[in-house]
Design a protein around this ligand. Structure first.
Ligand code: NAG
Ligand code: NAG
Ligand code: NAG
Ligand code: NAG
Ligand code: NAG
Length: 463
């Protein structure tokens, strides 16, 4: 009887000792950094694979030593580093990716990346505690293409990016940059600039510094207010423009003049009251237009007619009471149409005519009392239809004739909206639907789409 008990006690003690050993390895005593990979390529703190070392979410307070000098990708997410020094990455002359996101870094010594000047392509310093960066911290990084600085408290970029002759993309979302020095990007091949939520009040402080060849500009969540006509016309290669949540209540005529390559335009969460052709102009390549959560009461007839490649329209959360007949005519590329949360108490029976490729239609929360019985006829690709939270007492027989058997209608107004899988569409639809494979929409989706019909409802609610 004593045997098993003694063994159990011993076993518990052994576990405690092991745990202690483990902890001392993971959380090194101050001044003795953890060793990343020993001579056998093993370690408790890190995962050591050929050319890849990952030490993430380990509570490390300093960059570990013993990182093999042939490492290419160094992933150090989610630790507790507070500073990066010249010693941190010394000797590592083959690294092309350094990922330091989600630490507590507030200082970086000039020279910290000197060993990587010929190799570093991606540097992620996002979600740290950087307030100022000394001129020179990125010196000689002539191969650097992607720089992530989002989620810090940076207010100035003055002199910082000089010489980054390969820099294509910089993410500065969620910082405190209200203006840019006019020469900050001079000579850089910059294509993507993200400056969402920085408290920028005057867009001219940004546009003056913007390279003419920029492709993506994210100014979401600043305080820009209303904009001037043709102010983007010098940036004719812009494909993605994000202007959500900027307190705009009207758009001047020709605001988007010259943006012939625009594929994505986000205007959500402003206070716009109408959509007029004169403000938008022609954008033959436009694939995604989102104007959710504004106060739109009126869409000019023919507004969408020049956007022949539109795949995705989001008009959720506006004040539309009426859609003129023909609103969506000839939009045979539309796959996603969101009209949730408007005040459309009825719809023209031909309003969806011609949407032969539409997959998703959202009509929830509209107070609709009736539906024309032929409104969905011909929508042979329809996979998901949301009619939740309306006042439909009758849906006539035959309403869903000709729509696919696998579609998923939802029309119980007492039932909560079906599970929506945020950002799930990318993984789901792309995998299911080969048509998405080569589509530019893959790039424009950006993980922001919502809405997948849950499989159980698909079978339960066959019609
Ligand atoms: C890399 O480290 C190995 C031993 O760990 C050494 O033999 C080799 O010279 C080093 N290479 C460079 C380029 O420093
Ligand atoms: C960085 O480049 C400058 C010239 O622009 C050069 O003088 C300096 O030695 C370089 N520093 C390193 C650490 O490579
Ligand atoms: C737009 O891109 C094309 C092709 O890359 C280039 O030739 C042109 O100079 C660019 N336009 C501007 C304004 O930079
Ligand atoms: C939109 O167009 C209508 C006429 O079609 C006009 O009355 C209205 O003022 C225009 N609004 C804007 C913001 O241009
Ligand atoms: C619009 O507002 C609703 C409700 O607050 C929210 O669920 C939805 O995500 C918003 N849409 C956008 C595109 O911001």
């Amino acid at each position: 009887m004593q045997g098993p008990k003694a063994f159990a006690t011993f076993f518990k003690a052994a576990i405690a000792v092991c745990a202690l050993l483990l902890m001392t390895h993971l959380i090194p005593v101050h001044g003795t950094p953890a060793v990343a990979c020993n001579s056998a390529g093993e370690s408790l703190a890190c995962q050591c694979l050929t050319h890849q070392v990952t030490c993430s979410y380990e509570g490390l307070t300093e960059v570990p030593t013993g990182i093999p000098n042939d490492t290419n990708t160094l992933t150090l997410w989610g630790n507790k580093f507070t500073s990066i020094t010249k010693a941190s990455f010394a000797g590592l002359s083959q690294v092309s990716n350094i990922l330091l996101s989600g630490n507590k870094i507030s200082s970086i010594e000039v020279g910290s990346f000197d060993w990587q000047s010929d190799t570093l392509e991606q540097l992620a310093l996002n979600n740290n505690e950087l307030e100022t960066l000394e001129v020179g911290v990125f010196r000689n990084l002539t191969k650097l293409k992607y720089l992530h600085l989002e989620g810090n408290m940076i207010s100035s970029l003055s002199g910082l990016l000089r010489g980054l002759s390969s820099l294509e993309s910089i993410d500065l979302n969620n910082n405190r940059i209200s203006a840019l020095p006019a020469d900050v990007f001079r000579g850089l091949p910059l294509r993507k600039l993200r400056l969402a939520r920085n408290g920028i009040l005057d867009i001219d402080n940004i546009l003056a510094a913007l390279p003419a060849n920029v492709r993506t500009l994210d100014l979401n969540g600043n305080g820009l207010g209303n904009l001037r006509a043709a102010m983007f016309s010098g940036f004719s290669n812009l494909t993605q423009l994000k202007l959500e949540a900027n307190g705009m209540d009207s758009l001047p005529e020709n605001l988007f003049l010259g943006l012939d390559k625009l594929t994505l335009l986000h205007l959500d969460n402003n206070m716009l009251v109408e959509l007029n052709r004169s403000s938008f102009g022609d954008h033959p390549k436009l694939q995604m237009l989102t104007v959710a959560n504004n106060s739109i009461v009126r869409i000019e007839p023919g507004f969408f007619s020049t956007f022949r490649e539109l795949v995705d329209i989001n008009l959720q959360g506006n004040d539309l009471t009426y859609l003129p007949p023909g609103t969506f005519d000839n939009l045979d590329s539309i796959e996603f149409l969101n009209l949730d949360g408007n005040r459309l108490d009825t719809l023209d029976r031909n309003v969806f005519r011609g949407l032969q490729n539409v997959w998703y239609i959202y009509l929830g929360e509209n107070g609709m009392k009736s539906l024309p019985s032929t409104i969905f006829h011909g929508l042979q690709m329809l996979r998901y239809l949301d009619l939740n939270d309306n006042e439909l007492s009758v849906i006539e027989d035959g309403t869903f004739d000709g729509t696919p058997k696998t579609a998923c209608p939802n029309h119980d107004r007492h039932q909560a909206s079906p599970e929506r899988v945020t950002g799930g569409l990318q993984g789901t639809v792309e995998a299911e639907d080969p048509r998405f494979e080569d589509r530019a929409v893959r790039d424009v989706v950006d993980g922001e789409r919502v809405g997948v019909c849950p499989v159980d409802q698909r079978t339960a609610l066959q019609f």
